[in-house]
Design a protein around this ligand. Structure first.
Ligand SMILES: [Zn+2]
Length: 62
């Protein structure tokens, strides 16, 4: 029982560590037209973002 509890914590700690190493996969930008938050996968350089709510297209660096 105690062993199972420990492995749970070890797995959890590794999971968080992986996340820190890889970095976040998304960045969040606010649409300039309607203020809706758009999640954008991190790429390289400038990315064209299309707002899902109002269809506004804007450019951001990720
Ligand atoms: Zn919008």
């Amino acid at each position: 029982m105690r062993r199972r509890f420990l492995t749970f914590w070890v797995n959890r700690r590794e999971h968080i560590g992986n996340r820190l190493r890889n970095g976040a996969k998304n960045r969040y930008f606010r649409c300039p037209a309607c203020r809706a938050v758009q999640a954008v996968p991190i790429g390289r350089g400038q990315t064209k973002i299309v707002c899902r709510r109002c269809g506004e297209i804007f450019l951001r660096r990720t």
